[in-house]
Design a protein. Structure first.
Length: 134
């Protein structure tokens, strides 16, 4: 985490970089993140496109990895071949379950997992910044 302890700086061996204001994630290691015209939603991760649902609020796919959600909610249930388990209250990811025979996440799947699971934290930070500016 950074000096204030508010945002991650590394993901394993991969360095996380942010824009000048520190509010938007710009890259995870070699994976550059580009945003839409309004600058609020990631549009690409490296060479992969990021697809959203019809309302544009939930990510449906990142490159080759489709996402599924639990009962039309906002909690991601699977990202590609991995399943995400949550704590008892169901709000925080607790464990990532690999498919049978899998012993480790690939680097690209780890980056997609981070991008998707860290998104709610980044969106909340942006909401706080906007409300404090008003």
């Amino acid at each position: 985490y950074d000096r204030l302890g508010s945002r991650p700086r590394r993901l394993g061996d991969l360095e996380l970089s942010y824009d000048m204001l520190g509010s938007r994630l710009r890259s995870v290691g070699p994976f550059t993140i580009e945003y839409d015209m309004l600058g609020s939603r990631p549009r690409t991760l490296g060479q992969w496109s990021i697809e959203y649902d019809r309302l544009g609020s939930r990510i449906r796919q990142v490159g080759p990895y489709p996402l599924t959600y639990r009962m039309l909610g906002s909690r991601v249930e699977t990202i590609g071949p991995v399943r995400i388990r949550y704590d008892r209250l169901g709000s925080r990811p607790r464990r990532v379950q690999l498919p049978a025979g899998g012993d480790a996440l690939s680097e690209d799947l780890l980056v997609v997992l981070f991008l998707v699971l860290d998104r709610p934290r980044r969106e909340e930070e942006q909401r706080r910044r906007r409300s404090s500016q008003q």
